[in-house]
Design a protein around this ligand. Sequence first.
Ligand code: ZN
Length: 240
Amino acid sequence: MMVRRWWIRLMIVGLILGIGVFAAYRLYRWYRNSGTGSNNYIVEWLTDPASHEVLKSEAFSRCPNAPFILPTEGFIGLLWNDASAPYSFTSRHTGLDIFGYGTVGTIPIYAVYEGWLTRHEDWRSTVIIRHDDPLQAGRTIWTYYTHMASYDGDTSYIHKAFPAGIYSVFVEQGTLLGYQGLYNPPFPIAMHLHMSIVMTAEDGSFKNEAVLANTLDPSPYFGLELDADRSTSRPVECVE
Ligand SMILES: [Zn+2]
């Protein structure tokens, strides 16, 4: 009799544990996939070319009174402050992901605004430009552009005018910087440009771009609603 009770208790404990694990897994899935639904749109963009007519933005386009031009052609997929996977509510996207369509290394990327370009010695796929903030006089901000290399990182798609190890070279708004690539460890997803606006550190250098608090909401610079907490449908539209 005692032995049977012991087994029954063990089965009940096992059942409760199983339900708990299953619930935790479901909660984790919900947590990873909730947010803006950006990934649904990105899948649509990548799998259904008919969607491009609605979703595509043009390089060089600019909303009324906005200082920045769009840096590249494609779909503005992941937004700033976006919690969609591979990001999450506790680790949000720090910039914009603009997904081109076509051959890797062929879709041009342009400087959003005039400034001074730096490419560190060990940067395969990245450049950063320092700007006098057009929206706040006296402040210095930076725009960061990355993934401009092949999947394995061996071929850089940064324009040859900007070799590794150059510092503070003046560029006009609209200067060709390079081409969209795939280099994106550890998440080499579809070809896109990741671009963010980074704040300046005490010592005058740029802050760590991977941290949301070190970046600025790009919305007022582009005149577009680009904060994922406020923008729920696509394509993003100019703010009136
Ligand atoms: Zn990104």
